[in-house]
Design a protein around this ligand. Structure first.
Ligand code: SDX
Length: 429
């Protein structure tokens, strides 16, 4: 905190209002405006562009410098040297695990990878062509109906069990959503495999033959999960925090986060990027689409570009771009046409006055779809993959809030509706 103050002078008010200013470890100071309601005023910040909704120690983003730290560790170092479950431990507990802690954490996650056998029947309620995100919203919320023994959120033990259950079961449910959509039998988890290997086993394995998991694809999958693990107070994480602030159980909160993530402006962008690249179809058509993205009268946006916080490269996009090159090369996919279009599109956009002036750079979703497609993940599953990776971030923020002192989130508004008026009976209208 700090002893700095902001002084707000408001027309018509004699006395200026003194507002405390707090400083964090990194990043901008914040002005505590909590006392304004008592002065008959609200702040106004649609989209929360300039609003810090909470204090947190989990992730720090410097949008100007393109920096992303998880508990102080840069994302590029974690992507290069760590793995997803180790990063989960870091996000949840604040420190990198010792070897023994890591082994225990992995073992505990393995003990929760199966879902209750009755959950399998939930899938039969969906049409085969249901979007997998629609299924995930439903089945993850339904977990509340099965795990009554870990819903007492005031108990640390319950919070821990719910966290392990969600981190461990999301890949299982995600793979079930895919298998259901193609009419293949669900695959049980194989706990002799790593987290990413197990996911690929459940996605692409079948009961008729042993799974052969490519270590290249497993490494790429693990890195994709890691790069999506957390990202400060983004829309879906803020949704989880708001849902959790009412005391809702963690499974319902994560289902709310999945719903928020689905939008094309957020986690749905990775699916939209692939569709956009396929619609562009050839580098010769890029200029046409860039022109459309710049046209105020055209709702088309360059999907995978721009970010509320990053006004420089999204560091995850950089790692993803390198990984795309590696994965395609290791798979012997030469000259992937979509990657060629993506790279050319990035090059053109980054030299275009409009994108430079608006500081629009590729974000995490721009290259991820190229890798997911190379791994064999269908486009409709891209946002589900994002949700699997982000579950630990949602849970870490939920846990950070619930373990501390918190109040129910209840924003106010600028009301511009009718003044009070009397009811008019039907025969007088
Ligand atoms: C994620 O918040 C997070 O951290 C999210 C995320 C995470 O890990 O959780 O990083 C994941 O959601 C990444 C973003 C994925 N979305 C997309 O790629 C969709 C395309 N991008 C945009 O729709 C947009 O850039 C947002 C939603 C990402 C950011 O929206 P903002 O901050 O509200 O910015 P804006 O819409 O006000 O845009 C500012 C200006 C506008 O022009 P003006 O009205 O000022 O003239 O830039 C323009 C926009 O029209 N603009 C774009 C553009 N993005 C912004 N123009 C063309 N193409 C784009 N992609």
């Amino acid at each position: 905190m700090s002893d700095k103050k902001a002084t707000l002078k408001i027309d018509g008010m004699d006395a200026a209002i003194e507002l405390p200013i707090y400083s964090g470890t990194l990043g901008p100071d914040v002005v505590d405006v909590g006392s304004l309601t008592g002065k008959g005023m609200f702040t106004y910040d649609p989209g929360f562009v300039s609003t810090a909704a909470c204090e947190s120690q989990i992730t720090y983003i410097d949008g100007g410098q393109g920096v992303l730290l998880h508990r102080g560790y840069p994302i590029d170092q974690l992507a290069e040297q760590s793995d997803y479950l180790e990063t989960c431990f870091l996000l949840l507990y604040g420190e990198l695990p010792t070897r023994a802690e890591k082994e225990e954490f992995v073992r505990t996650v393995h003990n929760h990878t199966m879902v209750h056998e009755q959950i399998r029947t939930f899938f039969n309620g969906f049409r085969r062509d249901a979007h997998p995100m629609a299924i995930m919203c439903g089945v993850v919320g339904a977990l509340s109906a099965f795990y009554h023994d870990s819903l007492e959120i005031s108990e640390e033990r319950d919070r821990q069990v719910a966290a392990f259950r969600l981190i461990a079961k999301m890949p299982t449910l995600a793979a079930m959503s895919y298998k259901f959509s193609i009419g293949q039998p669900f695959m049980y988890p194989d706990n002799t495999l790593s987290y990413a290997e197990n996911f690929l086993h459940m996605m692409f394995g079948n009961p008729c033959e042993p799974s052969t998991i490519s270590p290249v694809l497993a490494k790429a999958m693990d890195r994709i999960f890691l790069l999506h693990a957390d990202h400060e107070q983004n829309a879906s994480t803020s949704t989880v925090r708001l849902a959790g602030s009412s005391g809702a159980n963690p499974f319902a909160c994560i289902a709310a986060g999945i719903a928020a993530l689905w939008g094309p402006s957020h986690g749905g962008a990775n699916e939209a990027v692939l569709k956009m690249l396929e619609e562009i179809g050839d580098v010769s058509r890029i200029d046409e689409f860039v022109a459309r993205a710049k046209d105020k009268d055209d709702p088309f946006r360059l999907m995978g570009f721009g970010h509320r916080v990053y006004k420089n490269f999204d560091p995850r996009a950089k790692v993803m771009k390198e990984a795309a090159d590696d994965v395609l090369a290791e798979l012997g996919i030469e000259n992937d046409p979509l990657l060629a279009i993506a790279k050319r599109l990035e090059e053109i956009a980054l030299h275009d006055e409009y994108f430079i002036e608006k500081k629009l750079y590729p974000n995490v979703d721009f290259y991820s779809g190229i890798i997911l497609k190379a791994i064999g993940i269908p486009t409709s599953m891209f946002t589900v993959i994002f949700a699997v990776g982000r579950t630990v971030g949602w849970i870490a923020h939920w846990h950070e809030m619930i373990s501390g002192s918190y109040r129910i989130g209840r924003p106010r508004q600028l009301y511009t509706g009718h003044q009070q008026r009397d009811y008019v009976p039907l025969d007088k209208r």
